[in-house]
Design a protein around this ligand. Structure first.
Ligand SMILES: C[S@@+](CC[C@H](N)C(=O)[O-])C[C@H]1O[C@@H](n2cnc3c(N)ncnc32)[C@H](O)[C@@H]1O
Length: 304
């Protein structure tokens, strides 16, 4: 598919102001959380009023450029999330849909207090009822297969576990807050269709652009730092070897595949349905099936 992937260098508010009204199906973005991160030319440490003014400005542009049936997914840290929630709902009149928690098992350790292990994502729609949500694109395998027809899978829920992109991961870039591609994969599959335009006004290392490239969406990415813009462009030109992160449930092996024929059929269907965008996970999945059912047979044999 012919898709447009545009990377702009500039301030999010100024660049968004140049985009036409109602031109974007989905905005998914991870802005600075105002936690004093060093983004090269931008130090993330505004005072409360300045940060809220900045948030209000770019969120106002976000609503303007969204199509009437469009959605926004906004990553945010705990300190400001309730305030930006109020801007979206009370000031901009958008409709709350979901508060998603991204749970990660590793992160910084606190010695006086509880170590943080989640970021959160607010999902709002422009229209209360008319919006895209492709549940069948984002289902996760169930614990029991039950019958040959039961391949639907479950709703992934609003707590999503993905590990950070660790420094040993070959997809890791030199960006302080690079997010796992798996998070964006789920958002983009759920709330846009092939050929739609997705906008990320704080694109950083280019995660949203990369995922859109692989899922046949058009994408506009903006970042204020020209070295991150170059980083995104390089990332788009590299060969693709699968997304850098996956919800481990996608590799889940049901407990009721005891019949070898059913098992064989199931494995193929599972790969086609749940692992179609994550070819690197297929070997792990097949091995888990072999391990699980080899040990089950052994137990059966020992018991008789
Ligand atoms: C949290 S990071 C985004 C990380 C990205 N999701 C990824 O996976 O790499 C936020 C980005 O916003 C950029 N930024 C900060 N202020 C900006 C502004 N006013 N306009 C556009 N980009 C800005 C920073 O340079 C940084 O790369």
């Amino acid at each position: 598919m012919d898709k447009k992937l545009i990377v702009l260098c500039g301030d999010a508010v100024e660049e968004m102001a140049k985009l036409p009204d109602k031109s974007v199906a989905l905005i998914t973005t991870d802005p600075p959380y105002n936690l004093n991160k060093n983004y090269g030319i931008y130090q993330d440490n505004l005072n409360f009023t300045e940060y809220m003014d900045f948030s209000r400005k770019w969120l106002t542009q976000a609503k303007r450029v969204l199509k009437d049936d469009g959605s926004i997914y906004l990553f945010m840290g705990v300190r400001y999330i309730s305030y930006v929630y109020a801007v979206l709902e009370q000031e901009l009149g958008m409709t709350f849909n979901s508060w998603i928690t991204w749970f990660y098992t590793q992160g910084i350790g606190k010695t006086k207090g509880f170590s943080p292990r989640h970021d959160d994502i607010l999902f709002f729609t422009k229209h209360p009822k008319n919006y895209t949500f492709n549940l069948d694109e984002i289902r996760v395998p169930q614990k029991f297969y039950r019958s040959i027809n039961n391949m639907r899978g479950a709703n992934p829920g609003n707590v999503w576990q993905f590990s950070h992109v660790h420094y040993c991961n070959e997809n890791r870039r030199s960006h302080p807050t690079q997010k796992p591609e798996g998070l964006f994969e789920r958002i983009i599959l759920a709330s846009s269709n092939e050929g739609d335009t997705v906008l990320d006004p704080f694109v950083g290392s280019g995660t949203t652009l990369r995922v859109c490239q692989q899922l046949n969406r058009n994408c506009i990415g903006i970042d204020i730092n020209s070295s991150y813009v170059e980083m995104s462009k390089r990332r788009l030109s590299e060969p693709f070897r699968g997304f850098d992160s996956i919800d481990e449930r996608m590799k889940r092996v049901p407990d009721d595949l005891n019949d070898p024929l059913v098992r064989e059929l199931y494995v193929q269907e599972h790969i086609n349905k749940f692992l179609k965008n994550d070819s690197e996970a297929i070997d792990d999945f097949v091995k888990s099936v072999q391990d699980k059912y080899a040990s089950k047979q052994l137990n059966l044999f020992t018991a008789t």
